[in-house]
Design a protein around this ligand. Structure first.
Ligand code: PLP
Length: 437
């Protein structure tokens, strides 16, 4: 870690040396006193995306159905290739479509049905709950499907087994030895979040992919918390499959469609479990029987949400311009600085860091823990104009978005957190939780 100092002047000096400082001007900041540390849940809006949304509405009004032949129909593939540049995927392997959850369902199911005699699926307890639910649903669906018409002996029968690798040191790092030991010849799929939503732990993609391949298993990476924050080299790591989110660090907007990646080597072998007309070879032949489209497009199902998709396309520009190396360098400095302020200012008030200390194993958010985490979060939101994320039981999650978070903003955010506990402002809030935290 570099040597930090707790003064506001020092934070301002970091800002003056920041090569990405001017990127903030591309975002709409309506309330300069708001400390927004939740860009890892919903990224800020770019001014250009707002303009583009307006323009798309005008295109809809004027072009009507003709819009599909302009730049609408090809958008999932075109925008997918742009995202490909951010995640190390050569063209023709990424499409934008549906949600992360649905894409995970499609790709995980396709991976399992490719090797039906293998029954083991491996994930971890740090994974995002929706990912675990989707996997549980797949296990339920495939294990209870009627026996194959070919009868016993084709290797397709039997129950799937979902294994969740536990974490060590109080939910900060996964137990890598247990993960390595669990991957065996019965393993069909290893699926993990590249950066875990809980502690911000960053997996070594190449190492885990190699381990799985050595046993003949496929790997499916969820890039939701790393895309746009961490350099990713899918092709270079010989990755198989990936899904990811566009409304977090990619700033695509609430509900902007997600993306999926299928390595070229697998595209013709995999079958989507959802056969829809957008994934049909010749959708406008309106053939009565389904033939999968060649390539990654077979994982499209139905009509895509053009307004949010095209708006998100424009929102990618600042990330594409800045480049992931510069973004990562700033992200590491920000999470190091935030860890330093946690230790220096907050630890005396009972806080502890719930994220890896080594930035090589950390994404762009940190967890800070306090037994009164929930009431502190409420005080921050309701009277201090700070937006963190609260995650049960006592965690405040603080996300740092290199394109628009400044060091002075981090300083101010930590100062306000410190004031809440120092002045015991949180104690007036009930312990009873609100519905949406
Ligand atoms: C944000 C996130 C999701 C979001 O899933 P949706 O289906 O798009 O709502 C999924 N997985 C992970 C790991 C996430 O961080």
């Amino acid at each position: 870690m570099p040597t930090f100092s707790p003064s506001l002047d020092f934070a301002r000096r970091l800002d003056s040396l920041d090569p990405l400082a001017s990127c903030r001007d591309q975002f709409l900041i309506t309330d300069p006193s708001l400390i927004y540390l939740d860009g890892n849940s919903l990224g800020r809006m770019t001014k250009a995306a707002a303009e583009r949304a307006k323009q798309v509405m005008e295109e809809w009004g004027h072009d009507l159905i003709r819009g599909w032949n302009k730049d609408w129909w090809d958008a999932p593939r075109r925008v997918g290739d742009k995202i490909g540049k951010l995640i190390g995927a050569a063209p023709g392997q990424v499409i934008v479509t549906d949600t992360v959850s649905i894409n995970l369902f499609k790709l995980a199911t396709a991976a399992l049905t490719l090797q039906p005699h293998r029954k083991r699926i491996i994930t971890d307890t740090l994974n995002f709950p929706s990912d675990l639910y989707i996997l549980q649903g797949i296990v339920h669906l495939l294990s209870n499907a009627s026996p194959s018409p070919r009868g016993r002996g084709d290797g397709g029968e039997g129950k799937y087994e979902l294994i969740r690798i536990p974490s060590r040191d109080n939910d900060i790092t996964p137990d890598l030895a247990a993960l390595e030991a669990a991957i065996n010849e019965d393993t069909a799929l290893v699926t993990l979040s590249h950066v875990t939503f809980k502690s911000g732990y960053l997996y070594d993609m190449r190492r885990i992919t190699d381990l799985a391949h050595a046993k003949g298993a496929l790997v499916l990476w969820d890039l939701s918390h790393s895309a746009g924050a961490v350099p990713i080299a899918l092709d270079d790591c010989n990755a198989d499959l990936a899904v990811g989110c566009t409304y977090k660090y990619l700033n695509g907007g609430p509900g902007a469609p997600a993306f999926l990646y299928v390595n070229k080597k697998l595209q013709e072998k995999l079958t989507s479990p959802i056969w829809g007309w957008w994934g049909q070879k010749n959708p406008f032949d309106f053939d009565l029987d389904y033939t999968p489209a060649p390539g990654v497009e077979r994982f499209l199902a139905g009509t895509q949400p053009m307004i949010s998709l095209l708006t998100m396309e424009t929102a990618l520009e600042p990330t594409l311009q800045a480049g992931l190396d510069a973004i990562r360098a700033k992200s590491v400095l920000m999470t190091d600085y935030a860890s330093y302020l946690t230790d220096t200012w907050l630890a005396p008030f009972g806080f502890s860091l719930g994220s890896p200390r080594d930035s090589a194993n950390r994404g762009s958010h940190i967890y800070i823990r306090h037994p009164e985490g929930y009431r502190i979060a409420r005080a921050l939101i309701e009277e201090m104009n700070v937006i963190p994320d609260f995650r049960a039981p006592h965690n405040l999650r603080l996300g740092f978005a290199p394109l628009y978070t400044s060091f002075a903003e981090i300083w101010e955010g930590f100062d306000r957190i410190r004031r809440v506990v120092e002045e015991r402002r949180h104690e007036k809030y009930p312990k009873q939780k609100l519905t949406v935290t």
